[in-house]
Each structure stands twice: as structure tokens, then as C-alpha cells.
Design a protein around this ligand. Structure first.
Ligand code: ADP
Length: 387
């Protein structure tokens, strides 16, 4: 069984081809700058085409042609199904679904909650519909895993009626990643996920942390939008909403505030760089970079404390994504002085980037697990196809 997964952006496509017999990722393609003068297609990170690609439909045709030329896949008729990453499923989608007209309409309606993402995700769905109308398509939502949060975690303490009317609540994001590393974590710990309490820590350009009780998300740091919570590459994370009112009073427009919080904040806002590798390199000689590093780690630490309190018993912390999987320094600083919670990092194991980086005597294990949202989307697609 061959399954294609698609992560569709406004002018980009990330496409992975899986052979589900052994869950092998056969190919990974990226199309960049769709609709611009020169678009690019990369196969396994190598450029294989440069030239104009008008839209997402043309991009898919190009991908089919490349897969054929490389003798990887004859054509899309050989696929069993396509799975799409869809960012916002609102309260409507608590699980992945097979896409039909009604689902497309619902995803469109949810665009008001995710204006940057859902319309872009729909472009991929509509392009497949045009290219291969009879192919089964599945939507896997970033928000779905967090739909198990209790009210006390997802409601904001604002006027209840206004919140209901405007659908304002914590939705949480990165759900597919948190779910994937939780499942992998359970395998490593040789336990059933439903018997585990975990804290999963996704630290990439976007960053979020989730409290998992008996295998289910019970709280997460991203909220109504992916702006809340941890310090990120260019996003602020938690901030007093009073700051926004103050800026509005001063004459800042909504667009300017949005740009400030999404693009000119986080690590970049603090020190001018959003790449953790660069920050680590220069922080010995740069006070601002050193401070950005400390603020980043301190925020993660605070959330670990909060979620330890929320969960009571915790089996393991799991670090994942670009920074979580690679930055020894971040992991070390975050876990420093957490012995009070039974968290004891083994610095040597951490330096060697082992999978279990806590000491034998550590009550709470600390794991490093590579995230893989695509395989999770492919698995969900297969599950629904066979259901
Ligand atoms: P995205 O959210 O865009 O998928 P990634 O998960 O790829 O992001 O993470 C990107 C972040 O990971 C960047 O800040 C990058 O600097 C960081 N990163 C990648 N490799 C390393 C490394 N070896 N050491 C420290 N940080 C790293």
C-alpha cells in the first residue's frame, strides 16, 4: 500500500511517499515558491527542477512526473490514498477524517480561526481533487490530539458568553508531533501509552509543551493561536495581554502588532537571531544572545514545573524537534536543578545524544525522540482507509 502525505503551505508543498507494508518513507519532495517567477522542486533536498510552477495543481503534476522519471512511482493511480496535514480542526474535528465535500466546507469555515494555514492546506486538498478525483483523501489535524483537554485547561477566564460566541479557547497545536513522540516513548519505556503520564517538549522554530495523562493530552502551551506559551524562533510566547492594549492605545495597528508578535519576537526579537545553533555559537561573546538562550530555557523549565504539578506522577520528559533533538546545551540548562521533581539528567548521555539521557536513579526518565509527523499522517490515512 502506497500513501502520499502532503503538507501544503501558501506557496509550498512538502510531499512524502510511504510504502506502508513496512512503513518505509520512499521519497521526500519539496516544492518552493509556487506562483513566483522561479519555483523549485527538491527531491531528498537536492534541486531537481527550477522554473515556473503556476499553482499547487501544477506542482503535483510536476511531482508525479519526477517520481515517474526516477522510476519511483509510475503515476498517482498507484497510490492507495493521500493524507493531508490540516492545522485547525476547531472543536469539530476530534480525530482524523476522510475528506468529502462537507469536510472541505468545514475546513473552510475554520479558516477564520487559522487564516494563515487552513486556506493553504485546502490548496493541497483541492489540487489532488483535480488531479486524481477518485483518490481517497484524509485530513489529519494539528489540533485533534488536544481535544481531550478538560475545560479547566482549555477555557480562558474571560466572559463566558463572549468566549463561546467567538470560539475563543485553547486549541493547542503540534498535536501530531506530540502524539508521535508519546507513542514512540511508550515503545521505548515498554509500556502501554494509556498507562503513561508524559511531558512532551517540541522545540523547533515553533515550540510547545504538552502534559499527557494516561496517554491523552490534558494541557498544552499553545492556545487559541500558536503564539502562546514557550519562547519561539520569532514568536513571543506568553505575554501580558495588557501589552497589546497599551500598544493599541499608542496607535499601533492590529497588523503591526501581529507582525511584532509573530515575526519580530522570540529569540529573534531578543538577540537578532532565530537559529539556536548560531545563538549557541555566539552566546559566550554576546550578552543579548546569552540572555535569549536563558529566557528560552527558563520558559521551558517553568512549564515543566507547571505540568509536573498538573500531572502529579510523570514517567518521562520527551524532547523533540530541531532544538529538542539536537541541542545538548538547551536540554542541560532546562533540566538543571529539577532534582526536586525526580529529574536527574546524565550529562554524558546527553552529550552523546543517547535516546535515554537521564541517570539510572532518575525517577522521571528523560528521552530524546525524533519527531515524524508524516509517518503519523500516513498511519492515520491507512487506518481510515481500512476502517
Ligand atoms: P520547524 O519548526 O521549522 O520544523 P525544526 O524542528 O527544524 O523547525 O527546528 C529548527 C530549530 O532547530 C532551529 O532553531 C535550529 O537552529 C535548531 N537546531 C537544529 N540543529 C541544531 C543543533 N545541532 N543544535 C542546536 N540547535 C539546532
Amino acid at each position: 500500500m502506497k500513501i502520499l502525505t502532503i503538507n501544503s503551505g501558501s506557496s509550498s508543498l512538502k510531499v512524502a511517499l510511504f510504502e506502508m507494508r513496512d512503513e518505509k518513507r520512499v521519497s521526500f519532495l519539496e516544492v518552493e515558491k509556487i506562483g513566483e517567477d522561479i519555483s523549485r522542486v527538491l527531491l531528498e533536498k537536492e534541486t531537481v527542477f527550477e522554473g515556473k510552477i503556476e499553482d499547487h495543481y501544477e506542482a503535483l503534476k510536476k511531482i508525479e512526473k519526477i517520481l515517474n522519471e526516477k522510476n519511483i512511482l509510475k503515476n498517482f493511480d498507484q497510490l492507495s490514498a493521500v493524507g493531508h496535514r490540516v492545522v485547525h480542526g476547531g472543536e469539530k474535528f476530534k480525530k482524523s477524517v476522510i475528506i468529502d465535500k462537507k469536510v472541505i466546507k468545514d475546513i473552510k469555515e475554520l479558516s477564520s480561526l487559522a487564516p494563515l494555514h487552513n486556506p493553504s492546506n485546502l490548496k493541497g486538498i483541492e489540487a489532488i481533487l483535480k488531479k486524481a478525483p477518485s483518490l481517497t483523501q484524509v485530513a489529519v489535524f494539528d489540533t485533534a490530539f488536544h481535544q481531550t483537554m478538560p475545560k479547566k485547561a482549555y477555557l480562558y477566564a474571560i466572559d463566558y458568553k463572549t468566549a463561546q460566541k467567538e470560539k475563543i479557547r485553547r486549541y493547542g497545536f503540534h498535536g501530531t508531533s506530540h502524539m508521535h513522540v508519546a507513542k514512540e516513548g511508550a515503545k521505548i519505556l515498554k509500556k502501554e501509552l494509556k498507562d503513561l503520564n508524559l511531558i512532551t517538549i517540541h522545540l523547533g522554530n515553533g515550540a510547545s509543551i504538552t502534559a499527557i495523562k494516561n496517554g491523552k493530552s490534558v494541557d498544552t502551551s499553545m492556545g487559541f493561536t500558536p503564539l502562546e506559551g514557550l519562547v519561539m524562533g520569532t514568536r513571543s510566547g506568553d505575554i501580558d495581554p495588557g501589552v497589546l492594549l497599551y500598544l493599541m492605545e499608542k496607535g499601533f495597528e492590529a497588523k503591526e502588532i501581529e507582525e511584532l508578535l509573530n515575526k519580530r519576537s522570540g529569540l529573534k526579537g531578543l538577540c537578532g537571531k532565530n537559529d539556536m545553533r548560531e545563538i549557541e555559537k555566539i552566546k559566550a561573546n554576546s550578552q543579548t544572545a546569552s540572555l535569549a538562550f536563558e529566557i528560552f530555557c527558563y520558559r521551558v523549565k517553568k512549564y515543566i514545573g507547571a505540568y509536573m504539578a498538573a500531572l502529579g506522577e510523570v514517567e518521562a520528559l520527551i524532547f523533540t524537534a530541531g532544538i529538542g533533538e539536537n541541542s545538548l546545551e538547551v536540554r542541560e540548562r532546562v533540566c538543571e536543578n529539577l532534582e526536586i521533581f525526580g529529574i536527574k539528567l546524565d550529562k554524558e548521555k546527553n552529550k552523546r545524544n543517547e535516546t535515554i539521557i537521564s541517570k539510572k536513579s532518575s525517577k522521571v526518565k528523560v528521552l530524546v525522540i525524533k519527531t515524524d509527523e508524516e509517518i503519523e499522517i500516513a498511519r492515520e490515512t491507512k487506518r481510515l482507509l481500512l476502517a
